[in-house]
Design a protein around this ligand. Structure first.
Ligand code: MF3
Ligand code: CO
Length: 477
């Protein structure tokens, strides 16, 4: 979300990023002070080998004698009933079943990072892949796009608003097809049918400067479900993304995946945004409009999914490497992931929202990157973008203390090198770096719990209490 008045970043640029490692950042308008380097004990982040049954843990149901049709289904643990010792497990269908611990097998954690070169994820079984491919073909046939009737030259033609515009980098916009209709089988956020896409509820909150809401009970269950659905849709979109596909096609895949789940794609018509997903390649920082440019080998691409389900939004994004990418891109994406990971480790009741920016900045600068101060994380739930503001830059003045029941995103955008500068294309959405270098971002939706956090948008089958260490293979396409 675009930054607000109360949390304006410092004016200074982040030049210290270039000079590398652990120098003290330059004070506003001044030079950086030399500082002694602190030796840090080498820390090897390792995923715990076993996960115990607990809230949020993904489980496989097996060895049930009565309701045998439940065997083989995956679900997520919610609460335990102390009286009968049964876990409430939410199935992928949304149904909740009370089950004994002995009938639940904890799903293994995501792979620990592999040493050396990134490998593409191992091929899933052939039948599942064939089914997915068939669904993709059907979807691209059914979800019509004007692009199908156009020549490839027409598809690459940028719209007239760009005539005479000086681009900061080498990426060029391509044709953007007309906005699709809202799905007709879901609940709508208030901006879905507004002529300018204004969210009256969000704007009312901004005026009143309310605190972050504390969610409980049924609201939390719906948020968990919304975030799980958002995750499924990101996984579908990212399974489809590869060299040759266009943003327009990704958008149609996302739209259909939303229809299949009876959820609304939150970006569609939000303040007039014309598509169902943000697709942000290379020097695009965020809010890339899906267009008819085919993605090419060597690109890095951010897919940002947000959805609205039973009155609640979920929001997440990830980067993907398209084939072989250069070392600078690998370093950038790894640093962006590690910045979010470091911030996520600070989520617990009593911490301050203003503190995330310091660790994000430190991680960025150590990686030779800079933070884009113009866009913040945000509260998410009944509002797509609500309180609190979660700036990603150091020394910010964000308001508020984390409390159990708060739900918000952290979504640092990092640029290669020392400038976190951004500028917006004449389409009024696409934010790009001012120097044309690449930018990367990761985003999760987090719930503050009594002891820490729950990663509501965690990959399916992974630990929800902590992000796994970075593994380039997870993002290789
Ligand atoms: N999903 C973005 C976020 O992380 C917001 C996208 S708004 C849109 O906050 F209109 F550009 F889609
Ligand atoms: Co967000």
């Amino acid at each position: 979300m675009a930054i607000e008045e109360t949390v304006q970043p410092p004016e200074e640029d982040q030049e210290d990023a270039q000079s590398g490692a652990e120098n003290e950042p330059a004070a506003a308008g001044g030079k950086s002070k030399p500082r002694r380097r602190k030796k840090k004990a080498a820390k090897a982040p390792e995923a715990p080998a076993v996960v115990e049954l607990g809230p949020g843990v993904e489980v496989l149901i097996e060895n049930l004698t009565g309701a045998v049709e439940l065997n083989g289904q995956l679900g997520r643990c919610e609460t335990v009933n102390a009286e009968n010792g049964r876990w409430h497990v939410r199935l992928r269908s949304g149904e909740v079943k009370a089950l004994r611990p002995e009938n639940l097998r904890v799903q293994p954690l995501a792979q620990a990072p592999s040493k050396g070169k990134a490998q593409a994820p191992s091929k899933v079984n052939g039948k599942a892949q064939a089914e997915f491919d068939a669904w993709v073909t059907q979807t691209l046939r059914n979800v019509q796009s004007a692009a199908e009737q156009m020549s490839s030259t027409e598809r690459l033609q940028m719209d007239s608003e760009f005539l005479g515009y000086e681009f900061s980098g080498s990426l060029r916009p391509a044709h953007v097809t007309p906005q699709m209709d809202a799905p007709n089988n879901c609940e709508f956020p208030d901006y879905a049918k507004h002529p300018e896409g204004e969210s009256v509820s969000e704007n009312a909150h901004i005026r009143k400067r309310q605190d972050a809401p504390v969610l409980e009970g049924e609201e939390l269950l719906i948020m968990r479900e919304a975030c799980r659905l958002g995750r499924e849709i990101l996984d579908i979109a990212s399974r489809f993304v590869k060299a040759g596909v266009t943003g327009d096609e990704i958008d149609r895949i996302v739209w259909q995946a939303c229809v299949d789940r009876k959820v609304y794609p939150s970006p569609l018509n939000y303040n007039g945004f014309p598509k169902s997903v943000c697709v942000s390649p290379n020097e695009v920082i965020c809010h890339g409009i899906p267009d008819c440019r085919p993605i090419v080998e060597g690109d890095i691409v951010n897919l940002d999914i947000s959805i609205y389900h039973k009155g609640f939004h979920a929001d997440l994004n990830e980067m993907f490497f398209i084939g072989q990418c250069d070392e600078e891109s690998h370093n950038l994406v790894r640093t962006a992931y590690n910045a979010l990971l470091a911030a996520s480790e600070m989520i617990r009741p009593g911490n301050f929202y203003r503190n995330f920016g310091d660790v994000i900045h430190t991680t960025a600068v150590k990686g030779g990157c800079s933070v884009v101060p113009a866009y913040c994380g945000h509260g998410v739930g009944r509002l797509f973008h609500g309180p609190p503001d979660v700036p990603h830059y150091r020394k910010n003045k964000a308001i508020g203390i984390l409390k159990p029941g708060h739900i918000f995103t952290i979504e640092p955008m990092l640029n290669v090198g020392g400038s976190g500068g951004d500028t917006v294309w004449p389409d009024d959405w696409t934010a790009v770096t001012t120097n044309g270098k690449r930018s990367a971002q990761f985003e999760h939706t987090f719930l503050v719990t009594e002891n820490g956090c729950e990663l509501l948008t965690a990959r399916l089958g992974t630990n929800v209490t902590a992000m796994p260490p970075y593994n380039a293979a997870d993002f290789q396409r």
